[in-house]
Ligand binder design. Structure first.
Ligand code: HEC
Length: 147
């Protein structure tokens, strides 16, 4: 009898987990994850500059479309792959599709800190020839969350 209860409890736990994982993209856990990424970048920005106030979607837009001319010649801008409108499907240099950067079009994005950091590292290096600062990353994400 006791065993049955344990099995039942396990079954419920597994079912709950499955529902949790299969929940639509707007699930609060994902929004929470995005907030954590922003909070972590805010802490980093403040640690470097005590006068730091808040991230700016406008600055993010400028970063996204800028052509700094300090990176690789075949990737002059973020828009080289992500297109001028972040709501569009982008393309890698090899022609592979990239889902839109705009959160409204790709609601599953920006919920994995490691993935976000990995691509910032790679893409900032290609376009700017250096790592992006915490402020630049936060601005970029704030812009994409607004799109
Ligand atoms: C050479 C093409 C290319 C360029 C240029 C490029 N990206 Fe990307 N970016 C990608 C690819 C490929 C991915 C990963 C595929 C995906 O997430 O759909 C990606 C993913 C990302 C992600 C992760 C999104 C997520 O879902 O977590 C961020 C953030 C990002 N790019 C920011 C930038 C920024 C900022 C710039 C400009 C400084 C930039 N990218 C320029 C190709 C590029």
């Amino acid at each position: 009898m006791k065993i049955t209860w344990i099995l039942l409890a396990r079954l419920i736990a597994v079912a709950a987990l499955t529902v949790g994982l299969a929940w639509p993209a707007s699930h609060p856990a994902q929004a929470g994850q995005r907030q954590r990424i922003i909070a972590s970048l805010t802490a980093e920005a403040k640690a470097l500059d005590r006068s730091f106030q808040a991230f700016s979607a406008d600055r993010g837009r400028i970063l996204f479309s800028s052509r700094p001319a300090t990176g690789k010649p075949d990737t002059p801008s973020c828009t080289s792959c992500h297109t001028a409108d972040p709501r569009n499907v982008g393309q890698t240099r090899a022609g592979k599709e990239i889902a839109p950067m705009a959160l409204s079009r790709s609601p599953d994005r920006y919920n994995d800190m490691e993935k976000v950091e990995k691509w910032f590292r790679r893409n900032c290096k290609s376009v700017l020839g250096r790592a992006c600062s915490a402020v630049e990353k936060g601005d970029y994400l704030t812009f994409m969350f607004s799109q």
